[in-house]
Design a protein around this ligand. Structure first.
Ligand code: SAH
Ligand code: SF4
Length: 380
């Protein structure tokens, strides 16, 4: 399918719209009006935008459009979690998940179709990389969720109070498109979410993290998953390029000391792989002096993953070690299990790469030996 020649107004944050309207000879306040219509009020019918002049509306009808992905499927979990599978103009599909809790409603959005970084426990990674999402495709996920949730009646009524970039893809490999979408989320004339309620999760792309720090105020989550380089090299291969020492150095200074803000560290609990007390002790060491809190994620299995979820006893024991060292640690509740709506389970058939499982098992055995060596060093 060919993309339309018209300009999709979902592609711009307020600054982008200001530039767009300037080209049309219009004043900057038109951008504010348009952001309000589209994102605050959810209106995408130019006829209803009564504070725009008739002539401007006529001109916009000719040259612009409000193009949204199609909702291909909706799934509702018993626990209230919802999942949307959205079809993009080129036939690709992405997923968005809404997780209601007592005090909040969190929308988990995707930033890419697939992911190039190939973390060994992640189903998105195993699909390989297809393409970056546009700003329009990213913000559409929130627009559609808000629109659909607003239509629900009675006490079922929910709204999005938080957004996390924890769906498909690595947002820091698509910064140009992700940042304007985040701006719309935080814009008082848009979705009006506070900077603490929009969280970007990264696998640890150090230079891009530094750039983000300089350009955006969103909350940061870092996918750690291992307390030492040999193990992280396998679980999160980008670690070979940006090893833990570099990653922790940027995390240590990410927020100004005075701000009291903390990075959320994500740590997927893989049975027998990274969930032992010695791993918890190593983690305490590398997190010393880093303002952060820890979120332990029970692994969400998918076919041919080669991993299992840690037993709850191992997870709580792990948490207790971190807590004792003064690290605030939470265990993520598994949600939407009946609709495969959890992290790392998003979209599509898993394309098990050749003999991956067997290769992985051999590599993990080798790592087990290496980390034992580290423990010995530590004990000395
Ligand atoms: N690429 C980014 C954001 C998307 S992944 C990142 O890696 O941080 C969002 C989170 O889901 C990450 O912490 C990721 O490690 C985790 N995740 C991926 N696969 C998972 C799985 N099968 N079970 C549990 N968490 C998983
Ligand atoms: Fe990509 Fe994140 Fe999955 Fe790693 S965990 S493959 S970075 S989406």
């Amino acid at each position: 399918m060919i993309a339309s020649a018209k300009v999709n107004l979902f592609n711009f944050d307020r600054h982008g719209l200001e530039a767009f309207f300037a080209e049309q000879g219009e004043k900057a306040y038109r951008a504010t009006q348009m952001v309000k219509w589209i994102h605050q009020l959810g209106v995408i019918d130019l006829d209803k935008m009564t504070n725009l002049s008739r002539s401007l509306r006529a001109q916009l009808i000719e040259t612009t459009e409000f193009s949204l992905p199609k909702v291909k499927y909706r799934q509702h979990s018993k626990d209230g979690t919802r999942k949307w599978i959205l079809e993009l103009f080129d036939g690709n599909a992405i997923e968005t998940v809404f997780i209601p809790e007592n005090d909040r409603g969190t929308l988990c959005v995707s930033s890419q179709v697939g992911c190039i970084l190939n973390c060994s426990f992640c189903s998105t990674g195993r699909q390989g990389f297809n393409r970056n999402l546009t700003t329009a495709e990213i913000i559409s996920q929130l627009w559609i969720a808000k629109d659909e949730l607003a239509r629900e009646a009675g006490n079922q009524k929910r709204h999005v109070s938080n957004v996390v970039f924890m769906g498909m893809g690595e947002p820091l490999l698509n910064v140009d498109q992700v940042v304007p979408a985040m701006e719309l989320m935080m814009d008082d004339f848009g979705y009006g979410l506070s900077k603490r309620r929009v969280t970007l999760s990264t696998s640890g792309l150090v230079p891009a993290m530094k750039e983000l720090k300089a350009t955006s105020d969103v909350a940061l989550a870092v996918s750690l998953h291992a307390p030492n380089d040999p193990l992280r090299d396998i679980l999160v291969p980008i670690n070979k390029k940006y090893p833990l020492a570099e990653l922790m150095a940027v995390c240590r200074d990410y927020y100004p000391k005075s701000s009291k803000r903390k990075i959320t560290f994500e740590y997927v609990m893989l049975d027998g792989v990274n969930d032992q007390p010695k791993h918890a002790r190593q983690l305490c060491k590398i997190l010393e002096g880093v303002p952060g809190k820890m979120n332990l994620i029970p692994f969400n299995p998918f076919p041919h993953s080669g991993y299992g979820r840690s037993p709850i006893g191992a997870i709580t024991a792990f948490r207790d070690i971190l807590q004792k060292a003064g690290i605030v640690t939470t265990i993520r509740k598994t949600r939407g299990d009946d609709i495969d709506a959890a992290c790392g389970q998003l979209v599509g058939d898993v394309n098990d790469r050749t003999q991956r499982k067997a290769r992985l098992a051999t590599r993990l055995k080798r790592i087990a030996v290496k980390t034992e060596e580290l423990d010995i060093d530590e004990a000395r």
